[in-house]
Design a protein around this ligand. Structure first.
Ligand SMILES: Cc1ncc(C[n+]2csc(CCOP(=O)(O)OP(=O)(O)O)c2C)c(N)n1
Ligand SMILES: [Mg+2]
Length: 226
């Protein structure tokens, strides 16, 4: 929330010319009811569909979708890939905690392999989507990933996404100590952030590293940028 508001402030956008759309989940609470702005808080999995309608109705509106990984990439995955394919002029910010947080910690399409969730008590056996690679393959024209602890690059990236005319997608790694951490011996919320920091490698560095050293790391940075 802080990064998004700072990006809007630094761009000196008029928030009255913006619309924030979210689905259902903890991530979806970021704009609504907290932003003093127009927000649509809609059906689970459908914020991109509502946002597309609003954008078509009033093209001058800056339309920003803010929601969770389950909302945008599990139930809402089809809307995500088709908006990317159409290069619809939206900015989609995905708070990825790798789990369905709000509903009790069920497995999501973004849950890491072997991670324990309430529906995978022995560990997740399904491979997760790499959200950025998915959106890139579908045709997104600005695609980036940062963790919540990479605050300056994250703000810069949100600004680029907002300024980009076309489909921009920013995945924000946002750990959930309550539903993910406590099931996976991830330590305190502070320790989860430290682990995240240790595991993030910039895309450029990652590409130059040996394969075995990149394993288990998360690549961050811009994957598609004009
Ligand atoms: C059509 C429909 N299916 C299922 C649900 C129940 N539901 C609400 S939020 C949610 C998952 C939220 O996960 P995510 O989008 O990752 O958000 P988080 O809470 O993790 O931030 C589910 C399954 C619903 N509200 N509507
Ligand atoms: Mg989630």
């Amino acid at each position: 929330m802080g990064a998004i508001l700072r990006a809007i402030d630094e761009l000196e956008y008029d928030i009255d010319e913006m619309l924030f759309v979210s689905g259902i989940g903890c991530g979806a609470w970021i704009p609504s009811p907290h932003f003093a702005a127009d927000t649509l808080h809609v059906t689970h999995g459908r914020p991109i569909a509502f946002a597309t309608g609003a954008k078509l109705f009033k093209p001058s509106l800056k339309v920003v979708v803010i929601s969770g990984d389950g909302d945008l990439a599990s139930i809402g995955g089809n809307h995500l890939i088709h908006a990317a394919r159409r290069d619809t002029d939206l900015t989609v910010i995905c708070a990825n905690n790798g789990i369905y947080g709000m509903t009790g910690g069920q497995v999501a399409a973004s849950t890491p392999l072997d991670a324990r969730t309430s529906t995978t008590p022995d560990g997740n056996r399904e491979r997760p989507f790499d959200l950025c690679r998915l959106v890139e393959a579908a045709g997104g024209t600005y695609v980036a990933r940062y963790a919540v602890i990479q605050i300056k690059p994250l703000i810069r990236s949100i600004k680029r996404g907002l300024e980009h005319a076309g489909f921009s997608f920013i995945e924000v790694l946002s750990p959930c100590p309550t539903q993910f951490g406590r099931r996976n011996a991830s330590g305190s919320p502070y320790e989860m952030l430290q682990t995240l920091r240790a595991n993030c490698v910039s895309r450029r560095k990652g590409e130059a590293m040996e394969t075995e050293n990149v394993e288990g790391k998360i690549l961050t940075g811009e994957f598609v940028a004009p």
